[in-house]
Design a protein around this ligand. Structure first.
Ligand code: GLC
Ligand code: CA
Length: 510
């Protein structure tokens, strides 16, 4: 296990929208380099950058055309390597986004695979035996290739599935996982990983990590075997490299070899009850002041998975990601402060999505690069009140996506000069986390006060006690023996035998 993860805090960057330095309206590697001090001062010491490889961008880069080439709109491979080096000088690690389950339909492997004549890449993708033979329940495309057969998709139409084999093949065209051509796919992906790791990248966020082997069983035996094989390579050759999976099943993902797995937003799941319960008929989000939520729905989902997986790695909480509505959609600034206070004092490795630290809004926008509803969470970072919010010198209509133009749109500059801002709260929370091993990834987490229908939640982290009351009423909870407050938001206090939490307050007690 890479030791740096113990005190890691990640910052996710959607490179299109972070900082444009050459005036073409789209973010670039140089922009990230120029903002490394900002990221470090915020308290983040690791980055996850969404796919930045050559692509036709039909799914924002999750349709890779060349895994070993940086997308020219962001810069060159040299620029990306310079980003690794500059980040390292500031103590920041960099994870790239690996998309192992599918490529773009424009990837040269796919061009070769669709040829009528058999070649080295014929089995790199999943093809049926005949142009009129469907794919037995898998989504597929037919009629576009020279080869007689249809091919299986992994996501959008532009994303044919790579072939890692089938756990229990049922058709002649379904190859077993140990077929040499399926092993070759795995080795090709390891080669991509080595390529970037050798140049200074610190690991990968892995897209749709559970999707590799088809007809896999409940335990994902086939897919897990691939990740264990990858982990062996990392342990022997790149022991400091870290891998985080987009899986949402830490019991499987961490055992298979990932160091971290995300608790992803899913309608009605425990994570969604914290900030995004609006997908239900009545919004009882725990961090909504008038939501009348309680923490038990989160804990019922989180705790068993945290406990079952904690010896193998980290089950991670995020403020948001590029696929999810920004938390500001539902929560105001004060509510966000409390939600982030919780996320940044929980075990595992926290992830902050760019712009959430100032409470950037979700904008209703037409789709861009396959984003659909997700587009509204991908708008340009708001640095200041100058042209295009300081994101770009380009003309407004040539920006990748429009900037939030509301009069009260939050910016980094405005919040930097306001000590009561969300940005300052995020900074102070991350500083607190870095200063206390008990608030970092490993220290034990244990609920102390968590009741159905109760507005407050109290939990232990190592020797510290954390108490949060997101509601509009004052709550009194039994004391747990600790006396001094080392951090607070709002008004709360300790008394002889109780903790008094005034409306919308948060305390860390020693
Ligand atoms: C993941 C990515 C998402 C992408 C999809 C297909 O869910 O996070 O943005 O569209 O995979 O690669
Ligand atoms: Ca640019």
């Amino acid at each position: 296990m890479p030791q740096w993860l113990k005190d890691a805090v990640f910052y996710e960057i959607y490179p299109q929208s972070f900082k444009d330095t050459n005036g073409d309206g789209i973010g670039d590697f140089q922009g990230i380099i120029e903002k490394l001090d900002y990221i470090r001062d915020l308290g983040c010491n690791a980055l996850w950058i969404n796919p930045c490889f050559d692509s036709p961008f039909k799914d924002a880069g999750y349709d890779v055309r060349d895994y070993k080439k940086a997308a020219s709109r962001y810069g060159t491979n040299e620029d990306l390597c310079r980003l690794f080096a500059e980040a390292h000088k500031k103590g920041i690690r960099v994870l790239l986004d690996l998309v192992p389950g599918h490529t773009s339909e424009e990837h040269p492997w796919f061009t070769m695979s669709q040829k009528a004549e058999t070649n080295e890449y014929s089995n790199r993708y999943i093809w049926t035996s005949h142009c009129f033979e469907g794919a037995k329940g898998f989504p597929y495309i037919g009629g576009e290739s020279e080869r007689s057969g249809v091919y299986v998709l992994n996501f959008f139409k532009c994303q044919p599935a790579l072939n890692y084999g089938f756990l229990n093949p049922k058709e002649p065209w379904q190859l077993p996982v140990d077929h040499p051509d399926c092993i070759a796919t795995r080795e090709a992906m390891k080669d991509v990983m080595r390529y970037w790791l050798d140049q200074g990248c610190d690991g990968f966020r892995v897209d749709m990590a559970a999707s590799l082997v088809k007809n896999d069983d409940e335990e994902k035996t086939g897919t897990c075997a691939i990740w264990s094989n990858v982990r062996e390579m990392l342990d022997s050759d790149y022991p400091e490299a870290a891998m985080v999976s987009e899986w949402g099943n830490p019991q499987l993902a961490l055992k298979a070899g990932f160091h971290m797995d995300f608790f992803l937003n899913g309608r009605g799941n425990g994570y969604s009850t914290l900030m995004r319960d609006y997908e239900n008929q009545e919004d009882h989000s725990f961090f909504k002041k008038d939501g009348h939520g309680d923490i038990t729905r989160f804990l019922e989902d989180y705790l068993p998975r945290y406990e079952a997986s904690r010896d193998n790695g980290y089950f991670c909480l995020l403020t948001c990601n590029h696929d999810t509505l920004r938390p500001r959609y539902n929560l105001d600034e004060t509510e966000l402060k409390l939600a982030f206070a919780f996320i940044f004092t929980m075990p595992g490795v926290p992830y902050l999505y760019y712009g959430d630290e100032i409470g950037m809004r979700y904008l209703e926008l037409p789709t861009k690069e396959g984003g659909y509803f997700r587009t509204g969470s991908r708008t340009p970072m708001q640095w200041n009140h100058e042209k295009n919010a300081g994101f770009s010198e380009a003309e407004k209509d040539s920006l990748y996506l429009p900037v939030d133009e509301a009069d009260d749109a939050p910016t980094v500059a405005a919040q930097e000069s306001n000590p009561g801002s969300l940005l300052h709260t995020v900074k102070s929370l991350l500083a607190l986390r870095h200063a206390n091993a008990d608030l970092q990834a490993d220290a034990v987490f244990e609920p102390v006060y968590a009741e159905k229908g109760a507005a407050a939640f109290v939990y232990r982290r190592g020797a510290l006690t954390v108490a949060v009351n997101p509601s509009g009423g004052t709550v009194t909870v039994p004391s747990v023996g600790q006396k001094s407050v080392i951090y607070s938001i709002g008004n709360g206090r300790w008394e002889e035998d109780r903790i008094i939490l005034e409306p919308q307050s948060f305390l860390v007690l020693e």
